[in-house]
Design a protein around this ligand. Structure first.
Ligand code: FPP
Length: 237
């Protein structure tokens, strides 16, 4: 498939795992398991198209409201994902990044993520940014503290205005660029507290495909949509 522009950063709201499972008469957790397999496919196709950054909304600050059994299943799948895929992910040149608050995440989860980030830190082909315990509001609010702590450490004045460049340096996603394309599956058309700062000028792509069914053709359709957009960033063409 020939494209003129490739997004530098795609953010994905992987919605519809529960509905996929329900349609198959399976447990919701089976839907999440198939969702993890869809991440494998997405990363492979992203590598092919030389997409440098993908953010995945795996667990939001609001998802703690779900039943504990489902929460445990999602984190169990994440741990399993890292244990079973880290070697191949590393061999493919994928870098793992985590975005989100570290509080509330279990020691086991933090240990796995930190290990995966350390092992893959020099990889350059694609950054897979796992957003876990992530919320856009929380990120923006806590970022003010990170900016101020950095200023204090550098003995800089605390009351000068914050520039976007300084602010972005301490976001969880740093050094990833702004989101060019935001994809949401399963028919809902909402941003749901995902990468609010980073998505200021993102093109939005919504599909009724449920996340576990998302594959090569689905990503290609989203890339074609992105390629057809005329982006103005508030200016004139
Ligand atoms: C939304 O679907 C999905 C989530 C809240 C969790 C996303 C998790 C995964 C894709 C698997 C986890 C694995 C890894 C490797 C991070 P939903 O449950 O809200 O679906 P529904 O709206 O149909 O109920």
């Amino acid at each position: 498939m020939k494209l003129h522009t490739i997004p530098a950063h795609i953010a994905v709201i992987m919605d519809g795992n529960g509905r996929w499972a329900e349609n198959q008469g399976k447990k919701r957790t089976e839907g999440h398991r198939e969702g993890a397999n869809a991440i494998d496919r997405l990363l492979d196709v992203a590598l092919e198209y030389k997409i440098p950054n993908i953010s995945l909304y795996a667990f939001s600050t609001e998802n703690w409201k779900r039943p504990i059994t489902e929460i445990q299943a999602i984190f169990g799948l994440l741990v399993e994902f890292i244990e079973t895929r880290l070697d191949t992910i590393h061999a493919k040149g994928i870098r793992i990044h985590h975005s989100g608050a570290r509080n509330k995440l279990s020691k086991t989860v933090l240990k796995k993520i930190d290990h995966a980030m350390a092992v893959t830190k020099k990889n350059k082909k694609l950054t897979a940014n796992f957003c876990l315990n992530y919320g856009g509001h929380e990120e923006i609010l806590s970022n003010f503290s990170r900016v101020m702590a950095a200023r204090k450490a550098k003995k800089e004045t605390l009351d000068k205005p914050i520039s976007p460049k300084e602010f972005e340096k301490y976001l969880y996603t740093s050094p990833l660029p702004p989101v060019d394309l935001l994809i949401r599956t399963a028919g809902e058309q909402r941003i749901s507290n995902f990468l609010l700062w980073q998505s200021a000028y993102a093109e939005m792509y919504f599909t009724s495909t449920l996340w576990p069914d998302f594959g090569r053709t689905s990503l290609e359709e989203a890339l074609l949509f992105f390629d057809s957009r005329k982006r103005k960033f508030g200016g004139l063409l």
